[in-house]
Design a protein around this ligand. Structure first.
Ligand SMILES: CC(C)(COP(=O)(O)OP(=O)(O)OC[C@H]1O[C@@H](n2cnc3c(N)ncnc32)[C@H](O)[C@@H]1OP(=O)(O)O)[C@@H](O)C(=O)NCCC(=O)NCCS
Length: 138
């Protein structure tokens, strides 16, 4: 699982209990997962179709640094299924898990369209060597 995005828990993200508000966390998770699906499917037109049980495993507090991890678990014909975990960046304590988030690939008509993908691709494999950003060490 790749943990790409880090978030810094700020006062505006808190619930009345003084811990991270679930709605804020879910917004971050949905956006992170959508970006993952867009990159994997190579199409900006993807929508969230289904989210399975959400387990808020433990709380985050103001000033915590958290990180969002996503991995693809299944490639369907028009859909992609992702697994998500959010954890504390420093302690690695788990904050949230979602076993299944399903995104659907849409065509220009807004209807489900086959994406033709069957496995995870990595950014480094999506560019040819000459297109890759220059290595500053070179
Ligand atoms: C996404 C949408 C176009 C799919 O329409 P649909 O009639 O369900 O389409 P289909 O029946 O052809 O299913 C499309 C894919 O979703 C999957 N799917 C449908 N219902 C599902 C469910 N309840 N759980 C998991 N996957 C589901 C299907 O298996 C199919 O995947 P596959 O092609 O890989 O097998 C439609 O449901 C929709 O517009 N929903 C609203 C999306 C939205 O606004 N999201 C929030 C904002 S991003």
């Amino acid at each position: 699982m790749n943990f790409h995005t880090r978030k810094w828990v700020k006062p505006e993200d808190l619930n009345p209990n003084g811990t991270l508000f679930g709605g804020s966390l879910l917004k971050w998770v949905d956006e992170e997962a959508a970006i993952y699906a867009i990159v994997q499917l190579g199409n900006q037109r993807v929508v969230t179709k289904f989210i399975s049980e959400i387990n808020f495993v433990s709380s985050a507090r103001q000033s915590d640094i958290i990180e969002l991890g996503i991995t693809a678990t299944e490639f369907g014909r028009t859909s992609i299924t992702l697994r998500c975990e959010v954890r504390n960046k420093i302690t690695r304590k788990s904050l949230l898990t979602i076993e299944r988030m399903v995104f659907v690939n849409l065509g220009p008509d807004g209807l489900p369209a086959p994406h033709g993908k069957s496995e995870i691709t990595y950014i480094r494999d999506q560019f040819k060597e000459e297109d890759a950003p220059l290595d500053p060490a070179r």
